[in-house]
Design a protein around this ligand. Structure first.
Ligand code: ADP
Ligand code: ADP
Length: 243
């Protein structure tokens, strides 16, 4: 069934001038293996939507209404303990500066090994081969594997973060401008890889960017946000179609 179902979602920020709505009446369904792009100009509410739906929104952000069903869980009403079980296993979130998912005191190789082992204990050969597959997939060079995150360029770190998110094989990956800091060639390469992996593993991807043209050829459906609302939700190929 549906992996993510957002209904009548309303999110605001508590400010000295009162609560300002940043997400207004958003509803969105995402199917397993589907690639949904969310585009819209800076400040339209994309990050707020992603963070709040993943229950990673920090104050002063607040969910004002609506529901989020994620992999069968009523996410907004889970206890912190229950939420801990669901996080990472059912969904992972990658941000533009995704140091949040990297451990500063672990070498790249070990981070990926740990992520793979979150699913069980493959033997050494299986572990190595899965890790190599992932490194190749996101283009991490051999010499980077023994580095610590801070020794890598921003682009390499981002690739490690994406490899980790993939290693966890969640049912849903939410990606908020994960490639914006990378050059265009790398950006397209990673998008291509994501598009392939979701078909192979059935991982659903919600990919957020301000860059609409980047999404059109990669996405099954594209949602356009404007001033906190989803103003358009259409198959990517229909978006630029002229009447
Ligand atoms: P986008 O990701 O599309 O750039 P955001 O979700 O970051 O948009 O922001 C949506 C709106 O919420 C903007 O008007 C922004 O100024 C406001 N906003 C974001 N974070 C905060 C915050 N911590 N406090 C108050 N307002 C915020
Ligand atoms: P705590 O255990 O203190 O409540 P959290 O569980 O809220 O902390 O999250 C710990 C860190 O991991 C935070 O930086 C949060 O952004 C990040 N995090 C938690 N779950 C995910 C996820 N599914 N994808 C990406 N980052 C996550």
């Amino acid at each position: 069934g549906t992996v993510l179902s957002i209904r009548d979602f309303e999110v605001g920020y508590v400010t000295p001038r009162g609560t300002v709505k940043a997400v207004r009446d958003v509803s969105l369904d995402v199917q397993p293996g589907e690639f949904v792009g969310i585009a819209g100009e800076s400040g339209c509410g994309k990050s707020t939507l992603a963070l709040a739906a993943a229950r990673l929104l920090d104050p002063p952000g607040r969910v004002l209404g609506g529901t989020v069903q994620l992999a069968g869980h009523d996410l907004l009403s889970l206890s912190p303990e229950a939420l801990r079980q669901v996080r990472w296993r059912d969904y992972s979130v990658v941000f533009q500066a995704s140091m949040n998912v990297l451990n500063p005191v672990l070498r790249v190789r070990n981070q990926i090994y740990d992520a793979i082992q979150a699913h069980g204990r493959p033997d050494r050969a299986a572990l190595d081969s899965r890790a190599r597959e992932l490194f190749a997939l996101v283009g991490i060079r051999e010499s980077a594997l023994d580095a610590y995150p801070h020794e890598l360029s921003g682009g390499m770190r981002q690739r490690v973060a994406i490899a980790m998110a993939l290693a966890l094989e969640p049912r849903l990956m939410i990606m908020d401008e994960p490639t914006t800091a990378l050059d265009v060639v790398v950006q397209r390469q990673i998008l291509q890889e994501l598009s392939e992996v979701r078909q192979r593993l059935g991982i659903a991807i919600v990919f957020i960017t301000h860059d609409l043209s980047l999404l059109v050829e990669m996405s099954d459906r594209v949602a356009i946000m404007y001033a906190g609302e989803l103003v358009e939700l259409a198959p990517a190929h229909e978006l630029y179609a002229q009447p």
